[in-house]
Design a protein around this ligand. Structure first.
Ligand SMILES: [Zn+2]
Length: 364
């Protein structure tokens, strides 16, 4: 049983925590539990990572860079934006805490190169042993139906066509069916959704391939640099909507971190994202009622069995009264359930800097 620790260092322009504060917190946690990796990111100041890297190195713990891929990057360097099915820009509506959730195109070579260039230019001399790729997806229902029915830029239209699907036909079908476009005939945690409509089914399947093709390229390039690669993934319940096919993605990574956040009422929270589906497509049928309880968590973790990489599901251990109302018992029981489900370990997310002391003591 091992832990990965995840903490943000700031946005592209603002530092959230000093290296001293981060070191202080890490020293406390590594005394309590066995830590395998620390994911840090992505405030672009190499100095910030020197003392932290030296400390982690002396403990045999890998320092891993948390890198956003298909959102946030556009606030730092020019990117090709994502478009919806009708070729329009997608309104994010989600900006919070310095993150904009403005998504860019998941198939653009410019965007893939931008991520590699950012790493080479800003982080390659910092002593990172790996990268942790976040936002490897399209927008979710957080960007409304337009967010999920993306990317419809010219490049992606060609990629869909190469795999036999015309996005014009998908758009016509959505215009004809409305919410019913999203209706499903079956759901299982391991296999995902069976969409009742053939065009919807093809759309989501091919979107998964388009995202995975880009991520496989990124993983290959980072591995060529001698880095390990981890992937941040939506929980299986909501991953189909954003183009995350676990079976395809897991084959490129060293480890995955499904975000099994049952108490996060913000982007990537499982219940939060599932509710957005019902909000934006209220007449879609076939979706099971989901209680965000331990049985749900266990089934999500068990669905990962057989994937060809290490699994470190994420549990949120920070606290915020409105957005992340966690407590020590929630954290303890989540960790127990994840281990019971056969995972290799747990990622303490999404910000250990904002975890109350009693949440950290609950790890013992
Ligand atoms: Zn595109």
């Amino acid at each position: 049983m091992k832990y990965i620790i995840q903490l943000p260092t700031g946005s592209w322009s603002t530092m959230d925590y000093s290296s001293q504060d981060i070191l202080h917190r890490l020293q406390m946690v590594v005394e309590l539990v066995p830590v395998d990796k620390v994911i840090l990111g992505w405030y672009p100041d190499p100095h910030m990572y020197q003392s932290i890297g030296a400390f982690l190195n002396s403990r045999g713990i890998d320092m891993v860079l948390w890198m956003p891929v298909f959102s946030e990057v556009g606030d730092f360097v020019p990117v090709d934006p994502a478009k919806d099915l009708w070729g329009n820009a997608i309104d994010s509506c989600l900006a919070q805490q310095g993150e904009t959730f403005n998504f860019c195109c998941p198939s653009s070579d410019t965007n893939i190169r931008a991520v590699l260039d950012i790493y080479r230019n800003h982080y390659s001399q910092c002593g990172f042993k790996g990268v942790f790729l976040d936002r490897i997806r399209t927008h979710s229902f957080g960007g409304g139906v337009a967010g999920v029915l993306s990317c419809g830029c010219d490049n992606c239209r060609r990629k869909f066509l190469d795999r036999g699907l015309s996005l014009d036909l998908v758009a016509e079908e959505y215009d004809r069916l409305g919410d019913d476009f999203f209706s499903i005939s079956d759901y299982s945690p391991a296999q995902g959704y069976s969409f009742a409509n053939k065009l919807a089914s093809d759309f989501f399947k091919i979107k998964g391939h388009i995202v995975s093709d880009s991520i496989s390229e990124l993983c290959r390039c980072f591995k060529d640099m001698g880095l390990t690669v981890g992937l941040d993934l939506f929980a299986p319940l909501v991953s189909d909507f954003v183009g995350q096919d676990y079976h395809l993605l897991a084959s490129h990574a060293d480890f995955i971190k499904p975000m099994l956040y049952r108490r996060t009422f913000a982007p990537a929270g499982v219940g939060y994202e599932y509710d957005l589906l019902h909000q934006h497509a209220p007449s879609a049928t076939g979706y099971p009622q989901m209680q965000m309880d331990r049985n749900f968590l266990l089934a999500q973790v068990e669905s990962l069995k057989g994937l060809p990489c290490a699994k470190f599901p994420g549990v949120e251990i920070n606290y915020n009264q409105q957005l992340v109302p966690t407590d020590p018992e929630y954290i303890r029981s989540s960790i127990q359930t994840i281990i019971q489900g056969g995972a290799d370990g747990v990622t303490l997310s999404w910000n250990i800097m904002e975890a109350p002391r009693e949440h950290i003591l609950a790890l013992q």
